[in-house]
Design a protein around this ligand. Sequence first.
Ligand code: RB5
Length: 149
Amino acid sequence: MKIAIGNDHAAVEMKNEIKAYLESKGHEVINFGTDTSDSCDYPVYGQKVAEAVASGQVEEGVLICGTGIGISLAANKVPGIRAAVCSEPVSARLAKQHNDANIIAFGARIVGLEEAKAIVDAFFDAEFEGGRHQRRIDLITAVEEKYNK
Ligand code: RB5
């Protein structure tokens, strides 16, 4: 799968580890930065990854900041994006199965590396179940469309 990854200064090391981990599993990973520990603004990177997903440049995305919260909030402002912040693998699996999330987010200051690997495994190994869940995704999209006219 083609995956975009992005992060702020709080998550450079974890981004590098997760990028290498996903590549070791056969994914193609495009890095949108940041790549230094200089203080930066997480919305910039949330937007870059979200736009890569929304445009179809990549299939899905990974976002990491200190908590995963700010960077996912920014990503979710891009139409078509469903970024889910998850701190454990069960939520990550359900974010795909039930919510058809297209970006998984987590916090480098919240989860350790092994938990982060378990989160991305759960997310990328899962598939959207459709059915009644599709109706709810359609309702989310309708909210988005109402305010993006
Ligand atoms: C940066 O210090 C921190 O605020 C950021 O990484 C993130 O946790 C925001 O949600």
